[in-house]
Design a protein around this ligand. Sequence first.
Ligand code: FMN
Length: 366
Amino acid sequence: MTTSPLFTPLAIGSMTLKNRFVRSATWEGLAGDDGSVTERLCGLIDNVAAGELGMIISGHAFVSREGQAGPWQLGIYDDRLAAGLTELATRMKRHGSAAVAQLAHAGGQAAQMLTGTQPVGPSPMTGRSGAAAREMTVAEITQTVEAFARAATRARTAGFDAVQLHGAHGFLLSQFLSPHFNRRTDGYGGDVAGRARFLLETVAAVRAAVGPGYPILAKINADDFLDDGFNVDHMIETCRMLQDASLDAVELSGGTVADESRYSSVRTGEPARPEEEVYYRKAAERFKKEVGLPLILVGGIRSFDVAERIITDGLADAVAVSRPLIVEPGLVARWKSGDHGPSTCLSCNQCFEPGMMGEGIRCVLE
Ligand SMILES: Cc1cc2nc3c(=O)[nH]c(=O)nc-3n(C[C@H](O)[C@H](O)[C@H](O)COP(=O)(O)O)c2cc1C
């Protein structure tokens, strides 16, 4: 057994995590065609839940039909999905992890083939599928804010311990934050405060829906790595506003699905040295100096020692991983047992391929 600070509790709002490890939100490609929870999805979650994580975040769950990003994605847009969501939360919590529902809308990256409607974004844009998105009206923004609030109520009723707003990776909330995608001239565009208005209104509406004690988290980009995109200065200013708006914690990520460069959210290639493992180290250093919220750091973390130093150096309060748990759901349990060998994940992203075939994500190199 280890006495590492990684295995000490962490309070986020009214929730206490048993340790500092988080399963970052991961689309599994195992929900039903309508986004409903399936036994196959619960089966994958059973393996993750047995893995000694402090917190398990669901795959991004679409809050309204037109916000679906891809096939076999989890949905949280209708009360009819409630029984499955309750089962999912129960299975996540079975071994003492906190269960978190990630609430999402793909915006201009929505899958028109699946939604049957033209995608919408802050301004006209072309999504990765080639579909042309149109600019959202203010009425549509208000309806979407309400959809997030209703989805948060569903998550709470289903037994999730918290919700996380997906404000990263170039999906709708992140598109609004980014001057690369958001060229609006009304009150939802312009400076950082204007571009953050949609997200801040969403936090306020979710807070009103779930009540004062319930933790609300957000996943935010450190940087889009796009020309004229959202950058670290914007991130700091946005996170300060989120703190004032009663958010409980931020998970820092980066990159967008629009960009397949080496700065993608899911970067490929093994890091050469452990020092290079943490994608957003510099942004996290600034966050800890300039923002008062608990910080969860994700991106490229593969070694026990690197994870431990993140906590002991005060770089972040919790460490999140996604791909390492696809190849080895029991990674954290292994580290807890004293076997500190690194994750074998090569960050090759081939885990997406069976997911896109309807088989669910898995490591194809095993
Ligand atoms: C198969 C797969 C699905 C993902 N799905 C989501 C998602 O639903 N929501 C999200 O915020 N990030 C998603 N991500 C990104 C991860 O949460 C994480 O930010 C990224 O993979 C970097 O962390 P890692 O190096 O530990 O994998 C996904 C990544 C992978 C590989």
